[in-house]
Design a protein. Sequence first.
Length: 202
Amino acid sequence: MQTVTENSSFDNATIGDGGFVGPDVTVGFRYHSDCGVARIGRHCVLHKGTVIYGDVIVGDHFHAAHYVVVRAFVKMGDYCTMLNHSTIEGVVRLGTGVRIMTNVYISSRTWVGDHVFIGPGTTFLNAKYPGRRDPNRPVRGATVEDDVMIGGGATILPEVTIGERSFIAAGTLVTKDVPPGSFVSGVPGHISPLPAALDERN
């Protein structure tokens, strides 16, 4: 059974049992007339102001805090969390157990693995020269492998890969590929081996 509060809409969506849908929530937003339904798994929590577009697939135990936006063709695994005022643009993949803190922006065509932590105010970009050079070049965001920890206020530039278990310090600008098990800090990010004290899975 779902608990659904007033003024919420999900006529273009399926939501699994045991969920809570707060006020002024939209699930399955029809961004065009032929869009598909949004599919949300069991035991979700969708707080006030959440907007989830059609053509989205989300696993079980999803938690969306206030004013979260998830655009079309996003797929998430189970046990994912998005905190207040965070946005995921279309065509993004998130694994299981991804935790997205407040005011995070994830650009289209970003791939995120399992058990990744993304600190508050982090920004992912997907175009190296937006509006310049070759306008027909497809955009491509970052690839973040499993068990990566990203501190608050980091900026992740397009087309980079962050290897598994790496730790990105707060405020870092990631400009190039990061090998697995690395520690990255600074602007631009300086890559060094991950200290033993930080070498663990999330």
